[in-house]
Design a binder for this molecule. Structure first.
Ligand SMILES: [Zn+2]
Ligand SMILES: [Zn+2]
Length: 328
């Protein structure tokens, strides 16, 4: 069996990698998947050889031993107390029970309890080809959208699904913000990005104005998590504190209830380096923060118009007040 001795890390971290086709080939067998499942169900306990063989239902001890041996030490760990899953085995079983590999998902459209913040029309969650979208049926405003494994939604009542989807999307963004790719766990870095709205697959792609979004790009794989500036800054210290002052826990509030998330209070104050001001309105109060290209966020006193309007003259008219398209 060939191995890659490639170089996932730099800091003296030794990583020995199995060729992906070999790793997946090891799993392509009913008995071996039965072993992983039996060990998964037994966690955190270890399982003896004979109990494991009985659970998987294989009579021939030699045949069972052969298959078990192929899984050790990549997916299964063995010691004198028996067998258990290695982290790789747990990840495989996690992917299996999430339905990521084994299920395709769709659901009937679900109407949200709250109306569209723009037009008052019905907000509807649709789920097709593992893509979950919350949008307005009347004005097509897109609240949020992301690929969601079917297993994420499997254990909830229908009425709870919009909240589950919104929470899952925020988890993806938090994962990216913490610096980890949600797909491969590679290193992710976020930056402000000027994008042409016609290049994005958004609900308002028919407007040709450039707009600013935040992109978190994985250094290892093609994964890109995109978010509006509003979504990207909503859990930063000044924004959380501002909501706290208004009795709102912004980390838990469903995103379709936060009207400011979807307004257009974004000003591009500089394009090189890219820098924006984002204003958040709650009731009669406003908070304006400056967001730089590397996503550092600083509050600006809103009663200081000189600061708020700094450098605006240097920015082309069409960029001022450009609005983010889809939240994620
Ligand atoms: Zn609407
Ligand atoms: Zn990645």
């Amino acid at each position: 069996m060939r191995t890659h001795s490639d170089d996932v890390g730099t800091a003296g971290l030794a990583v020995e990698a199995l060729a992906p086709e070999d790793a997946f080939a090891l799993l392509g067998n009913e008995i071996r998947m039965g072993v992983l499942e039996a060990l998964w169900r037994a966690l955190p306990d270890r399982v003896s050889f004979s109990d494991l063989r009985e659970t998987v239902g294989v009579r021939d001890s030699g045949q069972f031993n052969y298959h078990l041996g192929r899984l050790t030490d990549r997916f299964v760990h063995r010691n004198e107390d028996g067998y258990t899953l290695r982290p790789a085995g747990t990840l495989v079983m996690g992917a299996v029970v999430s339905g990521s590999y084994t299920h395709t998902g769709r659901a009937d459209p679900i109407r949200l309890p709250d109306p569209c913040y723009l037009c008052g029309g019905p907000l509807v969650l649709t789920y097709e080809d593992e893509r979950a979208t919350i949008a307005c049926e009347d004005c097509a405003e897109l609240v949020t959208g992301a690929t969601v494994p079917p297993g994420v939604l499997a254990d909830y009542d229908t009425d709870d699904l919009p909240g589950v989807v919104a929470a899952f999307v925020r988890t993806l963004v938090r994962h990216a913000q913490a610096g980890f790719c949600p797909t491969c766990h590679g290193r992710m870095e976020g930056r402000l990005q000027l994008v042409d709205a016609t290049d994005t697959h958004s609900a308002d792609a028919d407007t040709a104005d450039p707009t600013v979004r935040v992109s978190y790009d994985c250094a290892r794989c093609p994964e890109r998590v995109q978010a509006s500036v509003a979504t990207a800054i909503m859990e930063t210290t000044p924004v959380v504190a501002f909501h706290d002052d208004h009795g709102i826990d912004v980390t838990r509030e469903p995103t379709w209830r936060l009207d400011w998330l979807h307004d257009d209070a974004l000003d591009v104050v500089s394009t090189d380096p890219l820098c924006v001001h984002r204003t958040i309105t709650l009731g009669d109060d406003r908070l304006t923060v400056v967001v730089d290209a590397d996503l550092a966020v600083e509050p600006i006193p809103t009663d200081d118009p000189v600061l708020v309007d700094a450098d605006r003259d240097a920015v082309p008219q069409e960029l001022r007040g450009s609005r983010p398209d889809e939240p994620v």
